[in-house]
Design a protein around this ligand. Structure first.
Ligand code: MCA
Ligand code: AMP
Length: 496
């Protein structure tokens, strides 16, 4: 039995999930996920790694669907809830999904598409009845379990395939490093089509037998109301969320601030990750909450790799030391180890590292060294045993609000607009968002930015849509004809 859900049988009467419907025990989660598995199987003995894409909001139904797909022998493909149809269609087609599971809220968006493509669509609320007399398949750990999409240096996102063994390793490492136990109660407010929300919060909590409370969508005032209830003791978020929480806290009366401070005394762990945590945010959060944030580093392809310690110094501006069972090295452009104290690319080996990019053998090959190290593309150095991130090897990758965004993907969409002759997309440093997506456009006609934003809504999720625009007559290019993006970034510096 996978560690991902063996606690469900050890603590059947404990509360596994709190969502807008109320409290759900591990037993009810277990039963519901088995029912979903049987319905998905529809008489077959094993889904044999069929891809099942699902669009379900955070809560019991989400986890029961995920577990149901796993119990039936399928590979789970969580869909982003804010994607417009073309982005969803890309994931569904790229994974060659064999079935879709949706909540009623998303049925309108997907029904016609699914009918046209001949993909069976299951409504999650209908997947609740069923007899549990039939048996479920035995799933070996080397089987594919999950495909998550990540943006990279190619224009189209890549599907990262992880096995059950990879996920067990990712979860096991964090349970050990961060002392998860069944006494924990955590709040999940992150999207569930990424590792941060899905593995670090949801899967770790449930694998530890803890209680997992969902809040969707994120709202700073509601987070604090939940803190005041006094049950949460583990909290994880991206730096943008801490920034927003600090702004919300600052707007409160002194009495409310004092109450909140007291409520946060009983937390045992607060974590930040997915993007660099500004030292100013770490310091302000410590003043507000009394907690020094534990910053860690990870990636969709590897889970978590480097972390500040649970006990010991949590060093500001640093991501910490390698986690148990994760091998980390820093190398130069020739994959040779750099000298001590010198910067190099972070490369990773370990049981949590993914198997392949789905359907992209060439990209998979390029992502690893011949001797099996995964090349992260992140540049770091080690200072007195602690790793510090210096940047990335590609200017085309933007991190905004914790989301990884490919400049090339956005450029490709913008170029398909009638009025846009050419364009470039860059990330502009921003305290709240990490980086803001900025678009530089070349057009012979006047472009109405509001109209352009509306046009983009049908083609890109909001978080990928550029937030700032600039018109230019020509893009600066080097002798090779490549756009000089660093020059474009300076267009947005305060003096301009
Ligand atoms: C939204 N807005 C933005 C952005 N997103 N502005 C600039 N940059 C952005 N990225 C604007 C919208 O246009 C909108 O403006 C307003 O902010 C509110 O939008 P909304 O979508 O409602 O924002 P939000 O709900 O407040 O979302 C902020 C958020 C969200 C909660 C921080 O971005 C989020 O959940 N981020 C987490 C992503 C994550 O989990 N990443 C992990 C992947 P207007 O009102 O004018 O329209 S990385 C990972 O998994 C690895 C393994 C790791 O290491 O963890
Ligand atoms: P994703 O591909 O969405 O999983 O994002 C992974 C990327 O997020 C990494 O390659 C890093 O560039 C970045 N990242 C994650 N955690 C941190 C951190 N603590 N500090 C800086 N960058 C981070």
């Amino acid at each position: 039995m996978s560690i991902l859900f063996n606690q469900a049988q050890q603590h059947p009467q404990s509360v596994a999930i709190l969502d807008i419907q109320g409290a759900h025990t591990y037993e009810s989660l277990w039963t519901k996920s088995s029912q979903i598995a049987l319905q998905l199987l529809g008489g077959r003995s094993d889904l044999e790694q069929d891809r099942v894409a699902f669009m379900v909001s955070p809560g019991l139904n989400y986890v029961a669907t995920l577990w149901g797909i796993w119990k039936a022998g399928g590979i789970a493909v969580p869909l982003c809830l804010s994607y417009p149809l073309p982005s969803l269609a890309y994931v569904i087609e790229d994974t060659q999904a064999d079935a879709l599971v949706v909540e009623p809220d998303y049925l309108n968006l997907l029904t016609n598409y699914a009918l046209e493509k001949g993909i069976p669509i299951h409504l999650v609320k209908d997947l609740q009845v069923g007899l549990l007399s039939e048996s479920l398949p035995r799933i070996s750990l080397d089987r594919g379990a999950l495909i998550l999409y990540t943006s990279g240096t190619t224009s189209l996102p890549k599907g990262v395939l992880s096995t059950h063994a990879n996920l067990e390793a990712q979860v096991g490492t964090l349970i050990e490093a961060w002392n998860w136990t069944s006494n924990d109660h955590t709040l999940c407010l992150l999207p569930l089509h990424h590792v941060h929300g899905l593995i670090n919060v949801v899967s770790c909590a449930l694998s530890a037998g803890a209680t997992l409370q969902f809040l969707h969508p994120f709202q700073a005032d509601t987070v604090f109301s939940i803190f005041l209830e006094g049950k949460i003791n583990v909290f994880m978020a991206v730096p943008t969320i801490y920034f927003k929480l600090i702004a919300e806290f600052d707007s409160y009366s002194e009495t409310k601030k004092a109450l909140l401070k007291t409520s946060m005394n009983s937390f045992r762990l607060m974590v930040s990750g997915s993007a660099a945590l500004p030292v100013s945010v770490m310091d302000q959060w410590e003043k507000i909450s009394g907690h020094r944030l534990l910053e860690r580093y990870g990636m969709t392809e590897i889970g978590m790799a480097i972390s500040n310690p649970y006990t010991g110094e949590r060093r500001a501006g640093h991501i910490g030391k390698p986690l148990p069972s994760v091998k980390v090295r820093l190398v130069d452009e020739k994959d040779q180890l750099v000298n001590s104290g010198q910067p190099g690319e972070i490369q990773i080996k370990g049981p949590g590292v993914f198997i392949k990019y789905w359907g992209k053998d060439e990209a998979t090959k390029k992502a690893f060294t011949p001797d099996g190290w995964f090349k992260t593309g992140d540049i770091a150095l080690v200072e007195d045993e602690y790793y510090r991130i210096l940047g990335r090897d590609s200017i085309d990758i933007i991190k905004s609000g914790g989301y990884k965004i490919s400049a090339l993907e956005i450029e490709e969409v913008l170029r398909s607009h009638d009025l846009i002759n050419d364009c470039a997309v860059v990330g502009i440093p921003n305290e709240e968002w990490g980086e803001l997506v900025a678009a530089i456009l070349v057009s012979e006609k006047e472009v109405d930015i509001k109209e352009l934003k509306d046009w983009l809504k049908d083609r890109l999720p909001n978080y990928k849509s550029p937030k700032i625009y600039q018109m230019v007559t020509d893009l600066p290019r080097n002798a090779m004809g490549k756009v000089v993006k660093n020059e474009l970034k300076s267009l947005f510096s305060p003096k301009n």
